[in-house]
Ligand binder design. Structure first.
Ligand code: FES
Length: 159
């Protein structure tokens, strides 16, 4: 679906990327939320030298991930939803949980498991100090999609 306009072909950023802000501002703030392309609320965060982007509302019940702590579980960086403490990997959007090895054994031993990708992760790029997000438009349904509607946007604004 190419545009018929005569825009430059040497643009440094692909047309599907959306400006979020200056990197220095995002680094300073740590987190930024933005309505991208008029249709998607995205959380962009900076942690340990890396930028990450994901759907802003938690796949579980729409929790405000911008207020979550970032912690490492099983060697993977996760955002912990402030509502019910679900853990979501920053890199893939996987839901992680601790499973009990054997419920009859004492003491109980647990190990980390993945529920698979639950939160939609978006691509972040940086060009000359400007940060852009390219929405992940994969057609597979991801659970966090449910909270990307006008209804939840309004609820959030009123909250
Ligand atoms: Fe995020 Fe429940 S809404 S853990």
């Amino acid at each position: 679906t190419s545009s018929s306009s005569s825009s430059s072909s040497s643009s440094p950023t692909p047309s599907a990327s959306h400006f979020i802000g200056k990197k220095e501002d995002i680094v300073k703030a740590g987190r930024v939320t933005k309505l991208v392309n008029g249709c998607r609320d995205v959380l962009v965060l900076y942690h340990q030298g890396q930028l990450h982007a994901m759907d802003m509302r938690c796949y579980h019940s729409g929790g405000a991930l911008q207020y979550g702590d970032i912690e490492e579980f099983n060697g993977r960086l996760c955002i912990v939803c402030p509502w019910h403490k679900y853990k979501i990997t920053l890199a893939e959007g996987e839901g992680l949980y601790q499973a009990v090895d054997d419920p009859t054994a004492k003491p109980l031993r647990t190990h980390w498991c993945s529920k698979g990708v639950k939160q939609r992760i978006h691509k972040v790029t940086e060009v000359n100090g400007d940060v852009y997000v390219t929405l992940n438009n994969s057609s597979e349904t991801i659970e966090s999609d449910v909270y990307q509607t006008e209804k939840y946007r309004t609820v959030l604004l009123k909250a």
